[in-house]
Ligand binder design. Structure first.
Ligand code: G4P
Length: 528
């Protein structure tokens, strides 16, 4: 392997995901990013919410009907001198487990905020997740072509609610019908906005220098207003600081309109220039650096099958170190076996393509028939396990029941496989024969019943169940754990991976149990 080429490939990778509240404009911005990446020729060809989708199975039909993007897909494209990997995350509030785990596979995030609405719930939740790894965040204030809130207020809100310093890189001039463009603070140039050009890459209309009199000619009264505003803004806001950005303490902020395809290029310039190249990752034994020659990576998502008859699955693996080459042999650490990867997949918008090589920061898709689980590590021989790929305690529960009681075995098999994929979580109470399904978002329930039918030929339905919350239980004290199991067995269950779980009918019950059994730890997340 040519070392210089290898290191150059790593340095040029940027792997990121978009986080936002539904409707802030993630799909629209994704489309414009693909336009700049030349993956599509004209915006509007990847219609709305269906961008990046590549599937035909039944449950995806449901997704289409509901206009919700359930899948996480991966897109790779060149921009400036970089090769950018964009991991699409489901936008809907449901399916957040997938979203969370996708965030473990990126090195930076783009946060899209609706300029009229400011910081919304889901953005707050997602930011909490990025905090677990101090992921660097770039911010795009969207919808400047609408009447938005005062930009200074927007920045204040991000700083106070999300606890991250803001460094405006561009600044909007007017908004709504009067949106004139942005001032690029670092480049000292004004880029003027033309409406109705959102479908294409536009020729830029640029005026050099804030004090250029040309500006007064072009935007009249707004020129003087901008100069006044900039004095205030530059006095009151932070300057961009690369170190603080990389530590996740400061976010560069761009203003624009995704629909009008304006400002997205500024954001991409910032991303390619400042966002981190592929980063090291921790395992149970050591830290793995991307430049190491040995191949390693972890699976953060499993996508069921595009062809229901074959029940194949694609595992999404983030490469951490080394180089993937077609036909290479790697160790599947959990099962301790060396396996051949004859063909991996790379993902472009809508298409699946086979690839010959891939580098740290890239995502490859591995075909399998259920042998690969979320969180699995692959290496060129070293026994180690990447950490930090979480399962989240579900917040919604249903008892699942068969219409045809003879299919109990298939039902259990289907549920366990779906739980390994991360589509849902399943709990088997120690004291009864019930099967309880737990989800983070309510739509997961429909997907599961629909997939049980199409993929496992099992007709199931739900009943309500008296469970409010679940916690994984651990203890270093074997005796205390045994005693707890004996006394609390009515509230204990095994999850899909046979991990002991406390299922509580109420939060009060959970709190009481926590007090009563101080030697037992009740955890909201579980690592794979
Ligand atoms: P999401 O993926 O974050 O949920 O948001 P999405 O891009 O689907 O955008 C949500 C709505 O906001 C869409 O309108 C979209 O056209 C609109 N939108 C996105 N960016 C901008 C922008 O910069 N300016 C304006 N004015 N609107 C924007 P919709 O009516 O819900 O959908 P559609 O029928 O237009 O597809």
């Amino acid at each position: 392997m040519n070392k210089d080429k290898f290191l150059h490939e790593i340095d040029s990778r940027r792997t990121f995901a978009i986080i936002s509240h539904p409707d802030a404009g993630k799909t629209t911005i994704t489309e414009k990013v693909l336009l700049f990446g030349h993956l599509i020729q004209k915006a509007g060809t990847v219609k709305g919410k269906k961008s990046g989708q590549f599937a035909t199975s039944d449950w995806m039909e449901m997704e289409k009907e509901r206009g919700i993007s359930v899948t996480t897909s991966v897109m790779q494209f060149p921009y400036n001198d970089c090769l950018v990997n964009l991991l699409d995350t489901p936008g809907h509030e449901d399916f957040s487990e997938d979203t969370y785990r996708t965030l473990t596979a990126v090195d930076s995030c783009l946060m899209v905020i609706d300029g009229a609405k400011g910081v919304e719930d889901r953005t707050i939740k997602l930011m909490e997740v990025t905090r677990l790894r101090d992921t660097p965040i770039i911010t795009f204030m969207n919808k400047m072509d609408r009447d938005i809130r005062d930009p200074v207020d927007l920045l204040d809100e991000v700083e106070s609610v999300l606890k991250i310093a803001c460094a405006p890189i561009t600044w909007p001039i007017g908004s709504g019908k009067e949106f004139k463009g942005v001032y690029h603070i670092l480049r000292d140039e004004i880029i003027l906005y033309k409406s109705g050009m959102g479908h294409t890459i536009q020729d830029l209309d640029v005026i050099k220098g804030l004090n250029n009199l040309e500006l007064d000619k072009r935007i009249g009264y707004y020129a003087a207003q901008l100069r006044d505003e900039m004095e205030l803004v530059q006095g009151a806001s932070n300057e961009f600081d690369q170190d603080m950005f990389l530590k996740g303490e400061l976010t560069p902020v761009f203003f624009g309109t995704a629909l009008g395809n304006f400002g997205v290029d500024h954001m991409l310039d910032g991303l390619t220039e400042w966002a981190p190249k592929p980063q090291s990752r921790l395992t149970n034994s050591r830290k793995v650096e991307p430049g190491e020659p040995g191949f390693s990576g972890f699976v953060f998502k499993i996508q069921a099958n595009m062809d229901p008859k074959h029940r194949d699955r694609v595992a999404f693996l983030r490469i951490v170190s080394g180089k993937y080459e077609k036909g290479m042999k790697v160790r599947h650490v959990r099962i301790g076996k060396d396996v051949l990867i004859p063909q991996a997949l790379t993902f472009l918008a809508g298409d699946r393509e086979h690839l010959d090589e891939a580098y740290p920061g890239d995502i490859i898709g591995l075909h399998n028939h259920g042998t690969i689980k979320i969180g699995d590590t692959f290496t060129t021989g070293e026994d180690m396990q990447f950490s930090g790929i979480p399962n989240f305690a579900p917040e919604l529960f249903r008892r699942i029941r068969l219409r045809d009681p003879l299919k109990q075995k298939q039902l259990l098999k289907g549920l366990v496989q779906l739980s390994e994929e991360g589509a849902v979580q399943v709990f088997r109470p120690l004291d009864t024969n019930d099967l309880i399904v737990g989800a983070v978002g309510v739509l997961q329930f429909d997907v599961v019943v629909s997939r049980l039918k199409s993929e496992y030929n099992v007709d199931a339905l739900y009943e309500s169940v008296n469970v409010a919350t679940a916690r994984w239980v651990y203890s270093d004290d074997g005796k205390a754990l045994q005693e707890f199991q004996n006394k609390a067995s009515a509230n204990l269950a095994l999850d899909g991976g046979d991990n002991l779980t406390y299922i509580a009918p109420t939060m009060v019950n959970l709190n009481l149990a926590t007090e009563r059994y101080p030697k037992i730890s009740f955890q909201k997340t579980r690592e794979h």
